[in-house]
Design a protein around this ligand. Sequence first.
Ligand code: ADP
Ligand code: MG
Length: 578
Amino acid sequence: ESSDRSEKQVSGAEIIAQALKTQDVAYMFGIVGIPVTEIAVAAQKLGITYVGMRNEQAACYAASAIGYLTGRPGVCLVVSGPGLIHTLGGMANANMNCWPLIVIGGSSERRQEMMGAFQEFPQVEACRLYSKFSARPSSIECIPSIIEKAVRSSIYGRPGPCYVDIPADFVNFQVNVNSVKYVECCMPPPVSMAETSAVYMAASVIRNARQPLLIIGKGAAYAHAEEALRKLVEQCKLPFLPTPMGKGVIPDNHPNCVAAARSRALQFADVIVLFGARLNWILHFGLPPRYQPDVKFIQVDICAEELGNNVKPAVILLGDINAITKQLLEQFDKTPWQYPPESSWWQTLREKMKINKAASKELASQKSLPMNYYTVFYHVQEQLPRDCFVVSEGANTMDIGRTVIQNYLPRHRLDAGTFGTMGVGLGFAIAAAIVAKDRNPGQRVICVEGDSAFGFSGMEVETICRYNLPIILLVVNNNGIYQGFDADSWKEMLKFGDSTAVAPPFCLLPNSHYEQVMTAFGGKGYFVQTPEELQKSLKQSLADTTKPSLINIMIEPQSARKTQDTSLGNGEAVHSYE
Ligand code: ADP
Ligand code: MG
């Protein structure tokens, strides 16, 4: 580390920023402080968009959503110790979702290591459990190669988070500009195809299916397989079912979408092709009683270790979903085939869809006040622009909302995901709004939150207002977690005054005016209790493209999903409107 005065000097912070820029990283979210402030400033100088958040967890959720939406990892920049620890929730969520992400954590000075330095913590070790790669560059000069490896690792193979640790003493240290070699931008992720014999076998299993079903997961969304999958569905006339974030890869209103008959489709299919969807809790592990005991699974995934989890697949297609779907299409081009549209399987599915849609419509049309979930989502769905991002979280809010609110575009739905993480909504919405601003100005982001879910990252409303992101937040408010009490019952309960009369754990304060969180920072706030008020406030919010708004929607505190479905548990999508 020479300091030849005749040569230009460059700081550790500037090297980090330049290395990220060289790897095509465009977005950084974080909270500055000692020792990372200079890194954010240097990144901003180079044209990397920096978004300052209010909690590292939300910053990390936002950065991870960037990876899913753009295929290039976003960066989460945080301070040492507690800052880094707060990001672990975001890293774990990204890891579970298989989303690329780079976390850069400042850490205490090397010469104070093991001495009880300010915010000292074994950060590289702490991150290992939540990442594909976790390392500290051994010198300032090797920062670029470590950052290249982190970015490359995050997007190659199964995507995921990577961690780079930056000791405080690296940040402002100056080195001779010539001593730093920037590693060229890594190549795009390699695209691998499945074995020809396996593709042939898969096509033959599909041809011989009596009751086939395609399941489209968020892996297919990430793989940009929308065009090929749509071709496959339409050419072979196959029924398909999206997973929660697989929604929109093929539009929800496509005639072959059987989301409204989800349980039926899963239960009686004899051949299921999984395109980037794991047989975890969301898909009930692929096991009876939710499936036929002898159902044949064809698994398409980029991760070899995933294949064979929970079931023995009939055929394994290891590789990229988009490439493999095209391989399958080749087979069906060579020997054209289509599933008979008048089969009894299609009849069963159509009948079930009709019944489920009618049941939801019936609930949506109920005039009683407070409103139920279905009424709320029905009115929201009516007004949503086709191309909007839909972010959603909360238990009932997310589960029921998903069945009514439609997605027409791939990678336009973000929710609690594989890990069932609550608190992701505002970070995801901010990321989506930032991407929209750069790529498709005017495109809206609708964030549908339960009142409990909103609480986890509610202060990010300030972030939304500071950056003037025209996000529309809907807080579907039932005064509690799963359910709550109305104001009168609540008062009654506390009036008893006996020492056993305590608020039940699931309760939140009735009639909380969450919209005032928005007005506090200059956005628009609405408190609505009727369908008319909801319609009007949503219309106004959509018309105003310059300002964020929050619509606090009071619903029946005991409102629940359709009774016939209560036993089905989280992750169910039994109905799709229209
Ligand atoms: P969902 O929650 O929608 O069911 P999961 O997150 O369970 O989806 O599954 C996504 C799967 O997609 C993961 O197993 C991941 O390895 C896989 N995947 C991600 N990208 C690709 C790709 N380009 N090609 C093939 N598989 C992919
Ligand atoms: Mg609630």
